[in-house]
Write a protein that binds this ligand. Structure first.
Ligand code: BDR
Ligand code: CA
Length: 358
């Protein structure tokens, strides 16, 4: 499948079969590797920058287990919960599914604002504080997350690694501020964040951007070669239901069981706090990772995007210039739609896998 012709690829994507059939929709920079007598397979390298969190956890498992991805590391940031929790939670996820992927602890606060956002005691209804998994056995690396990003993208080899931030953009922005030249070696940033229609933490703003708006501005204005925003508009169109959670549990894998627990928690949270009628919830961060494997799972528009950093009512709002009012060329692809059945199929397919024995 890796050698599918462009026509065949388009067909598979249109049919929503690409990820399921094993074609990765690979961007430039993947490399061939052979495993035993398996046919050579190109795996797209990614780094996940996370504030783990229930949906980050599903994204991490998807990134670690999808056969067309190579998750080279996870960097943690303050967001859903404090840095000590996001780091421990990330280690717990990897230990639970039995993968040895390096975890780097990152920024404990935004790049400009001090102690913002204020942590909720006990964590939120959607995430809690510690994930519902056994305490970690593995150790966080000694290298700081920002240093890891700078080291990785100071090398030519960084050009093979898509950066996937799914939390506040503090680590990424700090790396870009300290070493601006690394932007030339970042081939693409696919982030979960922003909202064109309605926010979730305020009426205007989505959480990841609101939690460190100055960092988001650094990233949006960085001039990175490719930037994709997987916004709330898209993630709310690809929800995972309680029925899907039952199917995830029935897979009988560690990843399926954990994802089912997290989805159930999220559905409860959305029904209580968002007054959502349907027993389903977005799993935001996992959609961003799935879109790397199969771009057909989201629909995007090109647009110039910036972020409000001062408005009393609108701080953290992503301003998406769909009508060319800001006289700036598009700097991003903004995902506004998503294919829910395809996303759910991709989750079931990927989380039904187990890590190869070490
Ligand atoms: C984003 O905010 C966090 O709560 C989630 O993990 C996701 O990354 C959604 O707004
Ligand atoms: Ca997140």
């Amino acid at each position: 499948m890796a050698n599918a012709t462009p026509t065949r690829r388009r067909f598979l994507q249109a049919a929503g079969l690409a990820g399921i059939a094993g074609w990765a929709g690979l961007r430039s920079g993947g490399r061939a590797r052979a495993a035993g007598d398996q046919p050579a397979r190109r795996r797209q390298k990614i780094i996940l920058d996370v504030d783990t969190g229930t949906d980050d956890a599903v994204a991490l498992m998807f990134g670690a287990l999808h056969p067309d991805l190579e998750l080279v590391g996870a960097t943690t940031v303050k967001g859903n919960v404090g840095i000590e929790f996001t780091t421990e939670n990330t280690l717990r996820v990897f230990d639970h599914i039995g993968v040895n992927i390096p975890v780097y602890r990152g920024m404990a606060s935004p790049i400009v604002r001090s102690d913002f956002p204020t942590p909720q005691s006990g964590g939120s209804a959607f995430h809690g504080q510690y994930l519902d998994l056994p305490p970690s056995r593995s150790q966080v690396r000694d290298t700081d997350a920002v240093d890891f990003l700078i080291q990785t993208y100071s090398r030519e080899a960084g050009r093979e690694i898509i950066l996937v931030p799914v939390g506040p953009l503090s680590n990424v922005a700090m790396a870009l501020k300290r070493a601006p030249k690394i932007v030339d070696n970042i081939p693409e940033i696919v982030l979960m964040g922003g909202a064109h229609d309605m926010g979730n933490v305020t009426a205007s703003a989505e959480f990841n951007i609101w939690a460190d708006p100055e960092a988001a501005r650094v990233v949006f204005r960085s001039g990175v070669a490719k930037l994709t925003l997987v916004t709330l508009d898209a993630t709310h169109k690809a929800q995972v239901s309680l029925e899907d959670a039952a199917k995830l549990r029935a897979l009988g894998t560690p990843a399926g069981a954990a994802a089912a627990t997290f989805v159930e928690r999220r559905v409860k949270g959305y029904m209580e706090y968002d007054h959502q009628a349907r027993p389903a919830a977005p799993v935001h961060d996992a959609l961003a990772v799935a879109s790397i494997v199969n771009p057909a799972v989201i629909t995007t528009v090109p647009a110039f995007v910036d972020v409000e950093t001062e408005g009393a009512l609108t701080v953290g709002r992503t301003v998406v210039d769909r009508r060319g009012r800001m006289t700036a060329p598009p700097n991003a692809r903004v995902a506004l739609g998503a294919d829910e059945p395809l996303f759910v199929r991709m989750l079931l397919e990927t989380l039904g896998r187990t890590a190869p024995a070490a």
